[in-house]
Design a protein around this ligand. Structure first.
Ligand SMILES: Nc1ncnc2c1ncn2[C@@H]1O[C@H](COP(=O)(O)OP(=O)(O)OP(=O)(O)O)[C@@H](O)[C@H]1O
Ligand SMILES: [Mg+2]
Length: 408
């Protein structure tokens, strides 16, 4: 297809040369030689477009018309009939060339129009893509902010729940401390009375009369008094030691020390946790410790205590009055394994996969928020370990905490 000069208007009148183009001119030239012999084809300005080479200047000429407009002339010494027929053929050829060009122009305009439309659509798409990208970024930022808010709320909720269990612990500890404080106080009251009785001997001793002294000694029942005085002081020392031990156990739960890493004896931590939680557990179940020999464990003791306590509380909540909770420790495949077993209610199979989910709880409203195991799993994972659980409804549950000795 011949291409049109750029910017050509659709209705512009084309010259004979433009209409024929190179290809049509070649073929037409050969046919005109065959028909006319010598010839000359000129445009309306009388410029030669095609010629055979020997056309006589004074040979007969016939006009070539295109859509009732003259577009050129054909000149040849051939007879006039043949010249007319040849001119007719040239006109038919020009008309078909004209139609062909019109059709190709239409096609080109359509293609160019489609291209422009596509370009506009592409630009619109780019614009809306940018809009959606901005929206997506905004949405992501909002989701991020919501996640942060939720995390904060979750942490606050956990802190609140932790405070509540600290309150429960405090009640247990108060009970534990109350008992020794009670008997230390009553012993001290007896001691004051005994000191008064001893002072009562002073006049008899001052008289120097042995008989008087002996009578006063017997009247005051001094032999029993001295013996009892000693044993009540002994008992008070034991009481004070018990208070001191409770206080030192509680220090293990101080949140200030939670972040520090230490090498600890995990069995000792278990004993401490049992002492602290003891009063709460003993009301319900019997606690059996079966602690194997363990190497020191590098960990965050405060966090590990939280895990043990959460599991111990869960076990306590699972067992009835006659229940038993057993804690055993051992080294298995490079891990320290702590097993906390109870013969309580067990976990329904459909709940087994959910117990570590945040806020999953089967407890009544106000008695648990379902974060104990979630937080425990996170702590154990942070120590490079994992927790396994086995449970049968009606038979009991065993949680096994694996803590690798080779660190994280
Ligand atoms: N030893 C167990 N025996 C039976 N069910 C258990 C035991 N331990 C956990 N569960 C089940 O798993 C659920 C989730 O325990 P988790 O400790 O995470 O939360 P919770 O005890 O309900 O609440 P809290 O946040 O106060 O600990 C419990 O509600 C309970 O149904
Ligand atoms: Mg719990």
């Amino acid at each position: 297809m011949d291409t049109l000069p750029p910017g050509d208007a659709f209705d512009r009148e084309l010259s004979l040369r433009e209409l024929l183009g190179v290809f049509a001119s070649d073929r037409l030239g050969r046919h005109l030689v065959a028909l006319l012999g010598d010839y000359r084809l000129c445009d309306e300005k009388n410029e030669v477009v095609l010629e055979s080479g020997n056309a006589a200047v004074d040979a007969p000429t016939i006009g070539i018309m295109l859509d009732i407009e003259p577009i050129g002339r054909l000149q040849s010494p051939a007879n006039i009939k043949t010249l007319k027929a040849a001119a007719g053929l040239v006109e038919i050829l020009l008309q078909s060339q004209m139609r062909y060009r019109m059709a190709s122009r239409l096609h080109e305009e359509q293609v160019s129009h489609d291209y422009q439309r596509l370009q506009q659509e592409h630009a619109a798409l780019l614009k809306s893509e940018l809009k959606y990208r901005t929206l997506a970024a905004e949405l992501e930022a909002r989701v991020q902010a919501q996640v942060e808010t939720l995390k904060t709320a979750e942490r606050q909720l956990y802190q609140a729940e932790k405070l509540a269990s600290v309150g429960q612990l405090a009640a247990g500890v108060a009970h534990e401390i109350n008992n020794p404080i009670g008997f230390i106080r009553s012993n001290l009251i007896s001691a004051i009375a005994y000191v008064k009785d001893i002072s009562g001997l002073r006049p008899a001793i001052a008289s120097g009369d042995e008989k008087k002294i002996l009578t006063a000694w017997k009247t005051a029942d001094m032999d029993f008094l001295l013996e009892d005085f000693q044993s009540l002081l002994q008992e008070s020392i034991i009481g004070a030691d018990r208070v001191a031990r409770i206080v030192s156990d509680l220090k293990g739960f101080s949140s200030i020390e939670h972040g520090k890493e230490e090498r600890i004896d995990l069995n000792e931590s278990i004993r401490t946790v049992c002492n602290v939680a003891g009063s709460r557990i003993q009301q319900k179940a019997q606690l059996v410790l079966d602690l194997g020999e363990l190497p020191a464990l590098q960990c965050q003791p405060g966090h590990i205590n939280d895990v043990l306590l959460a599991m111990l509380f869960n076990a306590t909540q699972a067992v009835g009055e006659q229940g038993e909770i057993r804690i055993s420790t051992a080294v298995e495949d490079g891990d320290i394994c702590v097993r906390i077993s109870d013969n309580g209610c067990g976990i329904a199979p459909e709940n087994l996969s959910k117990i570590f989910d945040p806020f999953f709880t089967t407890r009544e409203v106000g008695t648990g928020i379902g974060l104990g195991l979630t937080v425990s799993r996170d702590i154990v994972r942070a120590h490079g370990g994992h927790i396994e659980v086995e449970s049968r409804v009606g038979a009991g549950t065993t949680f096994t905490v694996h803590l690798p000795l080779k660190g994280r």
